[in-house]
Ligand binder design. Structure first.
Ligand code: GLC
Length: 474
């Protein structure tokens, strides 16, 4: 089974969020199960020189972008048993970051078309082209429009994964011919709501649509979650499914993690975790007392549920729970947390920024891990927290609902609440605190959390099954 995994980011080369984690770990897991899954990425300027050093040049060609032809070079490298291809065009990718430029639509239309052109120049014939999120959503669209007639492309099947439906790649219709090379009679494929919508194009064109948890696959049929695409997705429900992401259990392993103050595993966690908690408190100047620490590692954007936290954060602090937050994003939330830390020194610690090292220290050093998301397609942090014995407190949505069960019945691995309501969230935090105050019960819960298996074991098999099914679709 040959799969080309098309993504705009993958660990360790380029990463801004969960997609980077998944694209960096799923292909490895598929290859361990006998697939030949390769990954194609843009050759971003931000890729570290030590990784660049291992790349070798393969070929170059031109890619049609409207009426122009743009240069594209292909480099390749191996990492953790996975072959990567990097598409080079300095005009598009020699920039200071991955996204956020005025011409992102053009940059990723170029990238998607270049992936298809690349197949003429490399020694790899995929059975499946698997694209992800709006940045590579035009891959199945272009395949059908411009390449199907050629033998090499005629049998390729396409999968498209929605990691977050909020980001659809919406642009003005004037892009159609000059930039996207899509003529008026084909405009309907990508046109939605008087805009060009990249994600809509993939939903139309791909053979299978997947999303990153079974619950999210149902939620996106509902207007509350779908950012306008619910009706279309209901029509396409026959080809849609949800497969829960896994995490890379080598990267996130408290037994070997070099970022944290002490290593531990489920058989001897108590001392190691206490040392990590002590170190975390020292780093954030928090009081060393017998209260629990609640950790958050998150982008500071509204769908992460931060309005709930804003509403009741002081009640949490006044209950004695300490808060540590690592993240960045909207100014409104950044300033809220900075002010909270200023008001409650010794009880609240805040780091505004994206810092993987510090994130690991929060996973290891906190007692609770809070994710009150308004929507959460999958969420990986709650799975990481479990592995580090940090008990998740989550809202029952998307992948949070599929991975965390309330421990109220003596069986679950965390604390959950259902409504998007600040006081329900507060109640879950206080229930967690009550749980924490009973050391024997808490030990059982922490051990149960650490014994959960959210490696790719099960999910990689589901993807293999899906690809097999797709191969025989037509
Ligand atoms: C997006 C989603 C997140 C998911 C990740 C990987 O970042 O917001 O919930 O875990 O993609 O699929």
């Amino acid at each position: 089974m040959n799969i080309l995994y098309c993504a705009s980011e993958a660990q360790p080369y380029a990463m801004s969020g969960g997609l980077g984690d998944v694209a960096g770990s799923l292909p490895k897991a598929l290859n361990a199960r006998g697939a030949d899954c390769r990954v194609v990425l843009p050759l971003y300027d931000t890729i570290k020189p030590e990784l660049r050093e291992h790349m070798t040049y393969l070929a170059n060609f031109t890619v049609p972008v409207g009426w122009r032809n743009q240069y594209c070079g292909v480099f390749t490298a191996e990492h953790a048993g996975v072959t990567y291809y990097f598409l080079d065009n300095e005009y598009y990718f020699k920039r200071s970051g991955l996204y956020g430029f005025y011409d992102d639509g053009e940059r990723f239309a170029f990238f998607s078309r270049a992936i298809l052109e690349m197949l003429r120049h490399i020694d790899f014939a995929p059975d499946i082209l698997h694209s992800n999120d709006w940045q590579t959503a035009l891959v199945p669209v272009y395949l059908n429009l411009y390449y199907r007639a050629e033998e090499k492309y005629s049998k390729i099947k396409t999968a498209f994964t929605i990691h977050n439906i909020q980001y659809q790649g919406k642009y003005g219709l004037e892009m159609l011919s000059d930039i996207l090379s899509i003529s008026e009679e084909n405009a309907h494929i990508v046109e939605f709501d008087h805009c060009v919508n990249f994600m809509k194009g993939a939903i139309e064109a791909a053979d299978k649509i997947t999303t990153v948890s079974p619950s999210y696959a149902l939620e996106i049929l509902d207007p509350w979650y779908a950012h306008g695409l619910d009706k279309l997705l209901r029509e396409k429900a026959y080809k849609t499914c949800g497969i829960l992401n896994g995490i890379d259990v080598d990267t996130y392993d408290p037994a070997t993690d070099s970022y944290i103050a002490a290593n531990y595993d489920v058989t001897n966690y108590s001392e190691g975790k206490s040392a990590c908690k002590k170190a975390l408190r020292e780093q954030f100047n928090l009081e060393q007392n017998d209260m629990p620490v609640l950790g958050m590692v998150t982008r500071l954007v509204s769908h992460k549920g931060l309005d709930l936290v804003r509403h009741v954060a002081e009640y949490i602090v006044l209950s004695g729970i300490q808060i540590v937050l690592v993240g960045n994003g909207d100014y409104m939330y950044e300033s809220f947390f900075n002010e909270l830390a200023a008001k409650y020194p010794g009880r609240v610690g805040v780091y505004i920024g994206f810092n993987p090292e510090l994130a690991h220290r929060v996973y290891a050093g906190a007692d609770f891990f809070l994710m009150p998301s308004k929507s959460e397609p999958c969420g990986l942090a709650q799975m990481v927290a479990l592995r580090y014995g940090t008990v998740p407190i989550v809202r029952e949505t998307g992948g949070l609902r599929d991975s965390i069960k309330d421990s109220g019945d003596g069986m679950g691995n965390g604390f959950t609440f259902n409504s998007y309501n600040a006081h329900d969230m507060l109640d879950s935090c206080l229930r967690a605190k009550t749980g924490y105050e009973n050391p024997q019960g808490w030990k059982i819960l922490v051990e149960r959390a650490m014994n959960c298996d959210f490696s790719w074991n099960t999910s990689a098999l589901s993807y293999m099954g899906l690809y097999e099914e797709m191969k025989n679709l037509w």
